[in-house]
Design a protein around this ligand. Structure first.
Ligand code: SAM
Ligand code: SF4
Length: 319
C-alpha cells in the first residue's frame, strides 16, 4: 500500500518487549527507577493478528526487535506463524546477541531468514562499559554460530560515538576482510539516553568516511537505509546508516508496532495509533494500519529540532 507521498509501505518492525538484558549507555537508563517500562507486552495472539492484517495490505517484510526480542517468550512460535504467511518473504531480528548462540538453530528452523546483531566494541572491557555489563564473547560466539548455520547475511550494527569507540572503526572495517558480514555504522541519535551524550559523542558518517579513502562504494537498493562500501577483495561490506546527517525519509518503506501495542508511522514523530484494544477485530486493525500508513510524515524533524519527538524510548520502539 502507498502512503500520501507515494512511498510503498511494505515493512513492519515489531518491538516485542521493552525489557532488555543489557543497558547500553545511549539507550537504557542505568537506574531501574528511571525506566519507563510497560506492565505487559502484546500477547502472541495480538501480535499474530496484527501481522496477518498487515500482510493482507502488502507488508512483506517483518523485523522483530525490542528491547531484546529474544527475551519474548513466544518468539519462536511467532516466527513460525509469520513464516507460514506466504506473502511475507523476509523475517529478520535485531538482537544484542547475548542469547542468540543457544537459540540460533531453533530460530532458523522456525523460519528466521537473517539477523542484525548490535556490537559497539570488540574490546571486552569497553563492551562491558558501553552495555553496562555485557560479555562480548557471547556476541562473537553468536556471530560465528549464525555464519556456520547459514543464517545470513549477518549484519553488525555499530553506533559510532566520538571518544568512546571511534578508535575501533579500523578494527570493525577489518572484520569484513575475511568474513561475509556487513558492518553498519550508525549515527548516534538524540533519543532516549542518547540525548545525554549526543552533543559530545555524535560523529557523522561523512566524517568517518572521510578518514577512509580505501572504501569503495557499491550499489545499494533504493529502500536500503545504508550506503554500502567495501574494501578491495573483502568478503563482507561496510554500511553507513545516516539517520541524522542524511535523512532517508523519502525512501522510507516502514511502519512500527511498539511493545505497548501502538502503531508508529515514523520513529521520531509523536503520533501513535493504539491497536492493542482492537486486536480481536480484524476490520478495525486493518483501518488502524491504514491510518498509520496515511499519517506517515514526509520526513522527520530530528535535525532541525535537535531531538526526537518520539514519546517512546528506543527500547520500546526498537531500532
Ligand atoms: N536489543 C536489540 C539490539 O540492541 O540489537 C534490539 C533493540 S535496540 C533498541 C535496536 C538498535 O537501536 C540497536 O542497534 C541500537 O544500537 C540502536 N539504538 C538504540 N538507541 C540508539 C540511539 N540513541 N542512537 C542510535 N542507535 C540507537
Ligand atoms: Fe538493550 Fe538493545 Fe537498548 Fe542495548 S540497544 S539497551 S541491547 S535494547
Amino acid at each position: 500500500m502507498n502512503d500520501n507521498y507515494g512511498r510503498k509501505i511494505n515493512y513492519l518492525r515489531v518491538s516485542l518487549t521493552d525489557k532488555c538484558n543489557l543497558k547500553c549507555i545511549y539507550c537504557m537508563p542505568a537506574e531501574e527507577n528511571e525506566k519507563e517500562f510497560l506492565k505487559s507486552n502484546m500477547s502472541y495472539e495480538e501480535n499474530c493478528n496484527i501481522i496477518k492484517a498487515a500482510a493482507s495490505i502488502g507488508i512483506g517484510k517483518i523485523r522483530f526487535t525490542g528491547g531484546e526480542p529474544l527475551l519474548y517468550k513466544d518468539i519462536i512460535k511467532l516466527i513460525e506463524f509469520t513464516s507460514k504467511i506466504s506473502s511475507i518473504k523476509d523475517i529478520s531480528i535485531t538482537t544484542n546477541g547475548m542469547l542468540l548462540y543457544d537459540m540460533a538453530e531453533e530460530l532458523k528452523r522456525a523460519g528466521l531468514k537473517r539477523v542484525n546483531i548490535s556490537l559497539d566494541s570488540l574490546n571486552p572491557e569497553k563492551f562491558k562499559k558501553i552495555t553496562r555489563g555485557g560479555d562480548v564473547n557471547k556476541v562473537f560466539e553468536s556471530i560465528e554460530k549464525c555464519l556456520s548455520i547459514g543464517l545470513e547475511p549477518v549484519k553488525i550494527n555499530t553506533v559510532i560515538m566520538r571518544g568512546i569507540n571511534d578508535d575501533e572503526i579500523d578494527d570493525f572495517i577489518n572484520l569484513t576482510k575475511d568474513n561475509p558480514i556487513s558492518v553498519r555504522f550508525i549515527e548516534l541519535m538524540p533519543i532516549g539516553e542518547g540525548r545525554k551524550i549526543y552533543k559530545e559523542s555524535f560523529i557523522s558518517s561523512e566524517e568517518v568516511l572521510s578518514r577512509y579513502s580505501n572504501l569503495i562504494p557499491i550499489e545499494t537498493d533504493k529502500s536500503s537505509t545504508a550506503a554500502l562500501y567495501k574494501l578491495n577483495g573483502a568478503k563482507g561490506n561496510i554500511g553507513f546508516i545516516t539517520p541524522m546527517s542524511c535523512k532517508f525519509c523519502s525512501d522510507c518503506n516502514r511502519i512500527r508496532l511498539t511493545s505497548a501495542g501502538t502503531l508508529k508511522p515514523c520513529l521520531h514523530s509523536e503520533t501513535e495509533i493504539s491497536v492493542k484494544e482492537y486486536t480481536d477485530k480484524d476490520t478495525i486493525i486493518l483501518d488502524k494500519i491504514k491510518e498509520a500508513i496515511y499519517k506517515k510524515p514526509s520526513e522527520h524533524k530530528i535535525i532541525e529540532e535537535g531531538k526526537s519527538n518520539s514519546k517512546k524510548m528506543m527500547y520500546q520502539v526498537g531500532g
